[in-house]
Design a protein around this ligand. Structure first.
Ligand SMILES: *[C@@H]1O[C@H](CO)[C@@H](O)[C@H](O)[C@H]1NC(C)=O
Ligand SMILES: *[C@@H]1O[C@H](CO)[C@@H](O)[C@H](O)[C@H]1NC(C)=O
Length: 845
């Protein structure tokens, strides 16, 4: 604008100088800018002293130094009017005075007038901010007093219409300060008066208003947005300062125990929180727990044992990501809940001591205590014993027990006890544990050695060599060790007035009994010895057994001829009449054998005869009789060799030679023979009488017995199934017993005793002896036997009975009582049963 104006000036000046007759007259109008078109500025014709007619005639016109025509001349009125709207700010910009030079030209004569139009400023412009929106970023930590320069506003108006002042909208933080620049203009600035807090207000909107000095004043505004930049000025804060949680022990790893949460009022990274354990967290907590840095979950990392730790206190730190970071802290209290995860434990306070079998009830065997690491019900322990053992538990002080005996002990029936103790707690599920205690029972010498049999029967052949083994007795002792060690001895007694120790010898270690010399059956048939077994205990115990030694007969004696007595080597002489008929008794050979039984059974045989057809010898009786009548042709002298043999093994025999003289005229028999035969017949008669009496008695008894048995059977048929008389083990003292048959059988049959009535009364006792030694009294009534020996004798009989049934048979007379009378002897003694049926026999009719 200014340049243009200057051009005008130069062009106008050149025109005036060269062409124009310039009239030095100066007309000045003053108008405000922005007048409407046609607004009259002034009456130029009048001011130029021109007549109205001249205006037209002389052609008054205006020339503008600039090309632009803002004014025109109303030729009719001679007035200067605004032909175009004038903006002072366009023409003169900021100049204080704005003069628009004009040239008024009239012709005829050509005259040129200078006209100045001063354009006065009106307040037509408002102050304007170039950026009417402004953003200011201010850190919240900024200290009060800080200044922030703002953009100044522009107002093209001048003078009083120009920019005069600024105002700031009301706020609590900022004040406005105007600073003068070098060119005199004012620059607004914000001054922080009060500290900012993003957490309270993160943006502040301000309005800056610029005012000019016009009347009325015009204004322009700029919006200022203050963004408060976050500063990490807030620490994270936990929702709770203290968290409490409960956790069962043995919770599997990964389980969330508690979740902590903190908040940070700051923004961005300053509010981004990561969680971790506090700085002084012990290692054990690091081992057992973990904290999730993002979610704040506290998790189980390893199994927790209540028995080690009952509770934990852990600090958890929340840290934001600001620079510098800020931290918040909370504490977590974890209570561990007990689970029944520990089985009760049985502790032996002392090793179980062996207990003597005679220990009184209540003897302490072991001290036991029980414990359980758990607490409460889970740790309450009760002990029980396996049943069956003779022990019980006695509680003493807390959780201590004594194992005591509650019954009598017997090592022999139970030497070792495995006592099982079961401990159970009261938890749920219940846990138990077991402990086995071995209690050994110590031996006490409370058992004597016991012989395998109370009676031993030994059979030894007579004449056997001394030093041979007789038998072995053995006793066992159920005790232990020395208490069970047995030594044997023979108790002192006398046999045939000789100490028994001279007969036999016993091996004290193993009970083998040896003979010390040979025995002669003919002198001694049986004897008994007492052996004792004694243990080595202290005090020692002993028991006795009886050994019956039966000497067995050997055929060591040859039959001895008693009749006819003959001087050794010579024959005996017998006479007989020639008239004798067949069957005539010539003589009777009688022999005896010192042995017994079969060894003593004698048989007679005619070994040699001059005429074998004439004589015969009765095998059993030894009677020599004629077989036929003696004839005239027969020699008067006959020699007979009679052999007498026993039945033993080997057979022993002897011979006797009998010379028989056959006499033609039979006279009296030889006197001695006659006398003898008379005696014999007398004796025979006696024997026959006795025999008859005996047989009658026996028969009577048999009948009586039979009768009694019949009655008993009839009565007892209800209760007892057997009608037999039994000999029971209880001995021979049964008062109901009314018949006893006694058979003495030490070897061969010696006598039979028949006892009637009560055992203990000595009435009605019959005995029969069969003695080969007594020639004529084969049957003898004996005095009642003494009952004191009787039991012994029967015992002997029992012992002497071998396993199999014994049968004695005589060759001639048999009285078989067994089946007919139903008498049997049942032997139930010493473990074997033998039934003895027996006969009464006689060798002489
Ligand atoms: C007992 O000991 C003797 C000598 O050592 C021996 O000859 C005998 O056979 C033994 N008896 C038994 C029954 O072992
Ligand atoms: C064994 O016999 C002896 C001698 O007769 C006697 O003193 C002792 O008491 C008997 N012992 C037993 C256990 O019967």
């Amino acid at each position: 604008m200014r340049k243009m104006r200057r051009k005008w000036w130069i062009a106008g000046l050149l025109q005036a100088l060269a062409v124009w007759n310039i009239i030095e007259a100066q007309i000045r109008y003053t108008i405000p800018e922005e007048l409407n078109e046609g607004t009259v500025v002034g009456n130029i014709a009048k001011d130029l002293d021109l007549k109205l007619s001249e205006v037209f005639e002389r052609n008054l016109r205006l020339a503008s130094e600039s090309g632009k025509q803002y004014f025109g001349v109303d030729s009719a009125k001679g007035e200067l009017v605004v032909s175009e709207r004038i903006d002072r700010e366009t023409l003169c910009s900021q100049s204080a005075t704005c003069l628009l030079p004009l040239e008024a030209i009239v012709e005829n004569p050509l005259q040129l007038y200078r006209v100045e139009i001063e354009i006065q400023d009106i307040n037509d412009n408002s102050p304007v901010f170039q950026n009417n929106e402004k953003v200011l970023n201010i850190a919240e930590s900024t200290a009060p007093g800080a200044r922030f320069r703002l953009e100044a506003a522009q107002d093209p108006d001048v003078g009083s219409n120009s920019l005069r002042t600024y105002t700031l909208s009301k706020n609590e933080h900022f004040a406005l300060n105007l600073k003068s620049a070098k060119d005199g203009s004012q620059v607004p600035e914000l001054v922080l008066e009060k500290p900012l807090d993003r957490e309270k207000q993160s943006t502040i909107s301000l309005m800056l208003t610029a005012l000019d000095g016009g009347k009325p004043a015009r204004s322009g505004t700029a919006e200022i947005t203050v963004r408060v930049l976050d500063n990490n000025d807030n620490a994270p804060v936990f929702e709770k300062a203290q968290y409490d949680a409960q956790l069962a022990e043995n919770t599997s790893p990964g389980a969330v125990v508690v979740t902590v949460k903190a908040q940070d009022l700051d923004d961005g990274l300053n509010k981004e929180i990561s969680y971790s354990f506090g700085p002084h967290t012990p290692d054990v907590l690091h081992r057992l727990f973990s904290v999730d840095s993002v979610t704040g979950e506290v998790k189980v990392k390893n199994e927790i044992d209540f028995e080690t730790d009952q509770s934990f206190d852990v600090d958890i730190v929340a840290r934001d990501q600001g620079t510098p970071p800020m931290e918040g802290l909370c504490s977590v209290h974890l209570e561990i809940l007990d689970m029944n995860d520990n089985a009760p434990e049985i502790v032996l306070k002392s090793l179980p001591s062996p207990v003597r079998e005679d220990a009184p009830v209540g003897t302490v065997v072991a001290l036991i205590s029980a414990k359980d690491l758990d607490t409460g019900e889970n740790g309450k322990v009760s002990l029980t014993l396996s049943p069956g053992a003779p022990f019980s538990l006695k509680p003493s002080i807390s959780n201590h027990y004594t194992l005591i005996t509650d019954q009598k002990l017997d090592r022999e029936s139970h030497s070792v006890y495995n006592v099982v103790i079961v401990a159970a707690d009261s938890g749920s599920p219940q846990l138990t544990s077991k402990q086995e205690i071995v209690v050994s029972v110590l031996d006490v010498n409370d058992n004597p050695p016991i012989f395998t049999q109370p009676f031993y029967s030994v059979y030894v052949k007579e004449n056997s060599a001394a030093g041979s083994i007789l038998c072995s007795v053995s006793a066992s002792d159920p005790d232990q060790g020395e208490n069970a060690k047995v030594s044997y001895s023979v108790l002192d007694s006398r046999v045939l007035d000789t100490p028994v120790s001279s007969y036999i010898y016993i091996n004290s270690d193993n009970g083998s009994i040896y003979t010390m010399h040979s025995f002669d059956y003919e002198k001694m048939k049986v004897f008994q010895i007492q052996v004792q077994a004694k243990d080595h205990g202290s005090p020692s115990l002993s028991s006795n057994a009886t050994v019956h030694v039966f000497i067995l007969d050997q055929n060591d004696n040859a039959p001895a001829v008693i009749y006819p007595s003959a001087v050794m080597g010579s024959a005996s002489h017998q006479r007989m009449p020639r008239s004798a008929k067949a069957g005539h008794l010539v003589t009777k050979v009688t022999a005896v054998d010192a042995d017994s039984g079969h060894n003593a059974w004698i048989s007679y045989r005619l070994a040699e005869a001059a005429d074998a057809s004439l004589f015969s010898v009765n095998l059993h009786t030894g009677e020599v009789r004629t077989k036929r009548s003696v004839s005239e042709q027969d020699d008067s002298s006959q020699r007979l060799l009679i052999e007498i043999k026993d039945n033993g093994e080997p057979v022993q025999s002897t011979t006797v030679t009998v010379d028989v003289l056959i006499e033609d005229g039979f006279h009296e028999p030889v006197s001695d023979y006659r006398k003898k035969s008379a005696e014999v017949s007398k004796k025979s008669g006696k024997i026959t009488l006795y025999l008859i009496i005996s047989l009658a008695s026996v028969s009577l008894l048999c009948l009586m017995t039979f009768f009694i048995l019949l009655v008993k059977c009839a009565r007892g048929s209800r209760g007892s199934s057997s009608c037999c008389i039994r000999r029971s083990e209880s001995g021979y003292k049964n008062p109901n017993r009314n018949l006893q048959i006694q058979l003495n059988t030490d070897g061969p049959i010696k006598y039979v005793e028949v006892l009637g009535g009560d055992m203990m009364s000595q009435s009605q006792s019959f005995g029969s002896y069969l003695s080969p030694m007594s020639e004529f009294s084969d049957f003898t009534l004996v005095k009642p036997s003494s009952t004191t020996d009787f039991t012994d004798t029967l015992n002997v009989l029992d012992a002497s009975l071998p396993d199999s049934t014994w049968k004695f048979e005589s060759q001639q007379l048999e009285i078989r009582k067994t089946n007919h009378c139903g008498i049997s002897i049942k032997n139930n003694f010493s473990g074997f049963t033998s039934e003895s049926s027996f006969m009464v026999g006689q060798s002489i009719t």
